[in-house]
Design a protein around this ligand. Structure first.
Ligand SMILES: *Cc1c(COP(=O)(O)O)cnc(C)c1O
Length: 416
């Protein structure tokens, strides 16, 4: 029923590869878009394609050395059904709250393979983490005190790693999260003292966690950060109360969103990890390197779909007013970390055979000029009832958007 994937899929203003076409329609999980919308019952909705998720993990597995653990960072997309799907494919899950921890445990992931990072963990969250038996990435001296108390209360030594704020930055990263002054982790300079506290508190030390940043498309920059992270962990290991079993080198693998962006090539990163893994194994028996990826695993497998309510022309510019917008998809509106607003790839999902017929601006129903899903895009000529698709929407979509803003209904999320 579906035609094979053309070499160049619309929209041509940004790289989108994953979804086939059936004549005029985009196909998601084997289902033409208008039929999927009918099945959903209402718009707007996010749809995540299981096959694309599975393929992405398989591609990475194909190049990663077998000793390197691949974790899914749930905050990229915490939809329970998707987490359940991912949990069966990856080696572990990284959570950033007790709420995510519940979803991870429900997904059937072993506590052994769950880790918890985040700068403001509450006493209760830490108690839940120790009770669950997961690995806590310690980000401050206060957390050591709280984990010591939780361990005493439960009669169970907390499993811990130290999240280190490194003394370098991840170059060409969309969002820097390490290096310089940061709320995340403890500064490398303070780590020896923190390790001493962990020893005194009798916590079960397992290793280090270094996360330099997010959305990086340059393999050389990621390799450099991983090498520097590894070297820093080696230096700090001298102060550690126990040998390293677990060394989480972060991730930061990006996906292309905007015109001209080149896809990340993960092969050199995998080759570098193989070298680091070999070195780690020679130093600490059974030590495992971990990489934690969110966006790279799920971002390209998801689309956001909304319906055109109105078509207006204002002083020569076409506006497609839809039932979806920044309250569902903050990132596509340009208000989630972008400095200069750029267009995500967008198409009229039921008019794929005639892309780029006109220039149109896609907006939502909110009374704010920020509510733009795409500005002056080359799009097929769209009418009310047509379906607008925003690609690259599987990560930092529904859960990263201000859904309460203006009181419109929440989007549905479908795993197909
Ligand atoms: C956000 C985050 C991730 C996931 O980042 P992506 O860019 O989505 O891969 C991984 N680890 C930590 C500690 C994070 O805060």
């Amino acid at each position: 029923m579906t035609t094979s994937r053309p070499d160049r899929l619309p929209p041509e203003h940004a790289p989108v590869a994953g979804f086939p076409l059936n004549d005029n329609e985009l196909v998601v999980g084997g289902i033409p878009l208008t039929r999927l919308a009918a099945r959903a019952g209402r718009t707007p909705f996010y749809a995540y394609d299981r096959k694309l998720l599975t393929e992405r993990v398989a591609e990475l597995r194909g190049i990663l050395p077998s000793g390197v653990m691949l974790h899914y960072a749930m905050k990229a997309n915490p939809m329970p059904a998707l987490v359940g799907h991912m949990a069966r494919l990856v080696d572990g899950l990284d959570v950033a709250s007790a709420g995510e921890l519940r979803v991870a445990l429900d997904a059937g992931t072993s506590a052994q393979d769950i880790s918890f990072a985040g700068p403001g963990k509450t006493a209760n969250e830490l108690l839940q983490a120790v009770a669950a038996g997961i690995l806590v990435n310690i980000e401050s001296f206060r957390e050591v005190d709280l984990l010591e108390a939780a361990s005493r209360q439960l009669g169970l030594a907390a499993r811990v790693a130290v999240r280190v704020n490194p003394d370098f930055e991840l170059k060409s990263s969309g969002m820097k999260m390490g290096g310089g002054p940061r709320p995340f982790g403890v500064d490398a300079e303070q780590a020896p003292a923190l390790l001493g506290r962990i020893r005194d508190a009798g916590l079960a030390f397992e290793g280090f966690h270094l996360f330099a940043g997010s959305q990086n498309l340059k393999s050389e920059a990621i390799i450099e950060a991983q090498r520097q992270s590894y070297a820093l962990a080696l230096r700090l290991a001298e102060h550690a109360p126990a040998p390293i079993r677990n060394l989480n080198l972060g991730g930061g693998f990006g996906i292309p969103y905007f015109p001209g962006e080149q896809r990340l090539d993960p092969s050199p990163i995998a080759a570098n990890l193989a070298e680091l893994q070999a070195d780690a194994s020679s130093r600490w028996q059974g030590a495992r390197l971990v990489i934690e990826l969110g966006r790279y695993l799920v971002g390209e497998a998801g689309i956001y779909v909304c319906r055109v309510l109105d078509r207006k022309v204002s002083r020569g510019q076409v506006f497609l007013v839809t039932d979806g917008g920044m309250h569902h998809h903050l990132a596509a509106s340009g208000n989630f970390g972008q400095i200069i607003r750029k267009n995500y790839p967008v198409a009229v999902g039921n008019r794929m055979a005639s892309p780029g017929g006109e220039s149109a601006t896609v907006v939502g129903p909110l009374c704010t000029p920020l509510d733009v899903l795409g500005d002056k895009l080359p799009l097929a000529h769209a009418r009310p009832e047509d379906l607008i698709v925003v690609f690259q929407s599987g990560a930092y979509g529904a859960s990263a958007s201000p859904q309460g803003f203006l009181g419109h209904p929440a989007p549905l999320e479908l795993l197909v």
